[in-house]
Design a protein around this ligand. Structure first.
Ligand code: ZN
Ligand code: ZN
Length: 94
């Protein structure tokens, strides 16, 4: 299972590097994406993310149901991490 190592020097180093890259002004610090969903106007930095939002998220019912509880998710990755964190110890893929 995923172990969160909060406050390790590695993480602090990563945060410092992230802050440095954000402040270097490479066009990613504004927070606004370049590709906007035509339906809900949510913006994405990458077109593929906007397209997958349109296909799987926008105005869609959640398609991925948790096998252990009534939660449902629009993205398989979200469901997988939900299962990993909330139902750790149970095997999802068997
Ligand atoms: Zn949308
Ligand atoms: Zn669940």
């Amino acid at each position: 299972m995923a172990v969160v190592l909060a406050g390790t020097w590695k993480e602090q180093e990563g945060l410092r590097r992230m802050a440095a890259s954000l402040s270097s002004g490479r066009g990613i610090s504004s927070g606004a994406g370049s590709f906007a969903c035509p339906d809900c106007h949510k913006t994405y930095r990458y077109k593929r993310n906007m397209v997958s939002h349109l296909r799987f998220e926008c105005n869609k019912e959640p398609q991925f149901c948790c096998p252990y509880c009534p939660h449902r998710y629009k993205q398989k990755a979200t469901l997988t991490s939900h299962v990993a964190t909330k139902h750790s110890g149970m095997s999802f893929f068997n």
